[in-house]
Design a binder for this molecule. Sequence first.
Ligand code: ZN
Ligand code: ZN
Length: 357
Amino acid sequence: MEVGLRLGRLRASLDDAGCGALLVTSTTNIGYLTGFTGSAGLLLIDADRAVLVTDGRYRDQAPREVTTAGTEVEVEIAVAERQKLLNGLTAGITNLGLEADSITWTDQRRYADWFDGTTLVATDGLVETLREVKDEGELARIAAAAAIADTALAEVWPMLDTGPTERQVASALDNAMRSLGASDRAFETIVAAGPNSAHPHARPGDRTIARGDLVVCDLGAIVDGYHSDMTRSARIGGTGDGPEAEMLTAVLAAQQAGIAAIADGVATTAVDTACRNVLTGAGLGDAFTHGTGHGVGLDIHEAPALSGTSTATLRSGHVVTVEPGAYIAGVGGVRWEDTVVVESRGCRRLTRSPSTT
Ligand code: ZN
Ligand code: ZN
């Protein structure tokens, strides 16, 4: 991964954000910029220096990780002396940026006290914007996480016909992903069947999955901190006919239309519209009750969002999901979701499990 280049890109955005230095408090962002994977630290970046302040637990790990990542970051171990240290580092800085999305009101008050005499500036998504475009190393990790979920789903899928509970299937998927090398699951695995499938974020329960049920399996793995996200739907015992069959066909067509709409330079709302038009045409517009997708990377949900209100434009290297769904109480729900990487003239699927009705 090109971790060493990221500090330079961030520095280039500080002027526009109106700050001479940035105090990075999000541990995910600190990891992205420095390679440090510890759970506690503060990273101060100005035009010339980047200083990571962490505690004694990371005395060996922090210098090793920033060196391995090829970043020019100085490591300081400090707890009680943090304020004095950071205050010294920001001497001469008029405006200090804080990450508005990652600090609490309590933090803000503490920093106002620590940096008395410096103007604190709320910044919005400076590092998150850099994180949207993935480099080859990041894409390889997301692809590895996607492949693990593909294999886990293929291994567990036959179990659906044997009358298991939702919870048993979810736990089999989780175990399979871990045995295949995932450090963890990307989120609480969703296996929702029958009436439960009508809830987009259903939690697996103890109801036995029965013939004729719609079933939605939404799963992802984590590899080296990077997530994947995929959903497959089916009807137990065969698609058959009726509203369940219509939902399966229409949602898959909507997802294919969404994926076909993706390319560098396309507005995220256009992808949402492409999916929504298909479902509206099938009389299921009102049953599609959530946005079409989201960015995926070090977080399972990150920028850019693909929704009717999103203002973002897709760029080559963005990794996003396309996940239209339809949910009808008393009938059930259907969702298809793939994680794709945006390319100049289209996109490439990273999750590759077969999609059929
Ligand atoms: Zn999902
Ligand atoms: Zn998703």
